[in-house]
Design a protein around this ligand. Structure first.
Ligand code: CMC
Length: 428
């Protein structure tokens, strides 16, 4: 196999090296293209064919439906690891041993206080505010209370920043939910596990003791693991590109949260449930909505279907579908929306339009059904996605800075007006 690619243009030949990844993925390295060719650039809207970096964190093969964090399969991690172990693995590259995991958890617990003044910022939001907007703002506001910039080459300083955000972010997540529900703010309990504590901070009623429910905690833990990283998706690329200007970790994360919010990305989990509820309210006619999804004059898309990279199946969706069945059974919930979801999935998988375009259920198709069963309001679903994605964003930000990546600054092909003389206001 050739280790070079040749580009021929205007009678000139230019050679570019081929880069090979550890799973044999290939890329043409066009770093020198513009310089050697006298100004040629490539254009690739949506970066469908463009690799933005080399990364050793997550591998996914969209054709085969493979997802691995640091070499470990998502199936094995979802079954055998807990979320904190997975966070450690993603960020530091190896699974922690018992002592490392324990120390990591203790360090996180020691940083879990959020400045009381932050409550004033939360108070200023109307109750109707979307929790993703609130979360992004609060994450950004954390900078004001932790203003010291971190030297990324100092392991101790980086570790401190990582532990701080892993400790405080769940508090902010819990506060956004409690504000929505009209509950007084709650604090963590250091005697609880990481995910258990998050659950307690979100749901503990002021008049009741917190009661642990193992099935609920296990389901939540698994959902967080499944969302923990997904290589260079929209929000992760945002975190990396914002960080590439040497903006701080918290500022980059806040931008990532905004990117995740959109319905084509993390916001799809909210959109799926709203879609299923609308179908139910409309009499449950899935065929009508299938037709709408295929109609090119109708902007409606089947939310929770399709993926930029997965063209066979989304391995996370397989795990989540099973988990949704289990959670509903464990909690004794009969949700008619699950039946509509299953019906839609069956129809879509047999439909030529979806088959031709390789559109399969993605991670968001069934996750909302579990969140609903756990009593999480629909508007909070994408916040739960952000909570899970946090370790991935941190790992990717850290890798980008340690690799000393240059500032992200794409070029463009200008298609606007050519130079023209200014026309004074009275002449227009
Ligand atoms: N329903 C109906 N048609 C669709 C859908 C859908 N959900 N997704 C893609 N298509 C069609 C699209 O109209 C196009 O058709 P044609 O070739 O005739 O023009 C073709 O399939 C290719 O679509 P695309 O928009 O060019 O593909 P993309 O890679 O740019 O978009 C996507 C990927 C996920 C944004 C898209 O599939 C979509 O909008 N899905 C619904 C939203 C969703 O579920 N998002 C969550 C993604 S997974 C969680 C995450 O990682 O964020």
């Amino acid at each position: 196999m050739s280790d070079k690619a040749t580009l021929e243009y205007n009678g000139q030949k230019y050679e570019f090296p081929i880069i090979k990844g550890s799973e044999d993925e290939l890329a043409v390295n066009i770093k020198t293209l513009r310089g050697v060719s006298g100004g040629l650039i490539t254009i690739d809207p949506g970066y469908k064919n463009t690799g933005s970096c080399e990364s050793a964190i997550t591998f996914l093969d969209g054709e085969k439906g493979v997802l691995r964090y640091r070499g470990y399969s998502i199936e094995e991690l979802a079954e055998k690891a807990d979320f904190l172990e997975v966070a450690y693995l993603l960020i530091f590259g190896e699974l922690p041993n018992k002592e490392q995991l324990e120390a990591f958890h203790v360090d996180i617990k020691n940083e879990s206080h959020v400045d009381e003044e932050m409550k004033k910022i939360l108070d200023a939001f109307p109750k109707s505010a979307h929790p993703m907007g609130v979360l992004s703002s609060l994450t950004s506001a954390l900078i004001a209370f932790n203003p010291v910039s971190v030297n990324v080459t100092s392991n101790a300083e980086m570790y401190g920043a990582i532990v701080r955000i892993l400790a405080k972010f769940p508090v902010l997540v819990a506060w956004t939910l409690r504000k929505k529900k009209g509950f007084p703010l709650d604090y963590g309990d250091d005697s609880l596990g990481y995910v258990e504590n998050i659950h307690k901070m979100m749901f503990k009623k002021p008049s009741q003791e917190y009661k642990k429910n193992k099935q609920v905690i296990d389901a939540l833990d698994q959902l967080l693991i499944l969302h923990a990283d997904h290589e260079q998706n929209c929000s992760t690329s945002t975190v990396r590109i914002v960080g590439s200007s040497h903006a701080g970790l918290f500022a980059s994360l806040s931008a990532g949260i905004s990117a995740l919010w959109g319905p084509l990305h993390g916001g799809a989990n909210q959109a799926v449930i709203e879609m299923l509820e609308a179908i139910e309210a409309d009499g449950g006619d899935t065929k009508k909505y299938m037709a709408k999804a295929k109609d090119k004059n109708d902007p409606f898309r089947l939310m929770g279907f399709g993926h930029r990279v997965y063209k066979n199946f989304d391995p996370r969706a397989k795990i989540i579908k099973k988990a949704a069945d289990k959670v509903l059974e464990d909690l004794g919930i009969d949700d008619p929306i699950l039946e509509i979801a299953k019906g839609l999935e069956k129809e879509a998988l047999e439909d030529q339009y979806f088959v031709d375009r390789k559109l399969y259920p993605n991670v968001d198709f069934y996750s909302g059904i579990i969140y609903r069963a756990l009593g999480i309001p629909t508007e909070m679903f994408t916040v739960m996605f952000a909570l899970g994605r946090l370790p991935g964003w941190i790992a990717q930000w850290r890798e980008m800075r340690l690799n000393n990546e240059p500032i992200g600054r794409p070029r463009q092909i200008y298609t606007g007006a050519n130079q023209r003389p200014f026309v004074n206001l009275d002449k227009r």
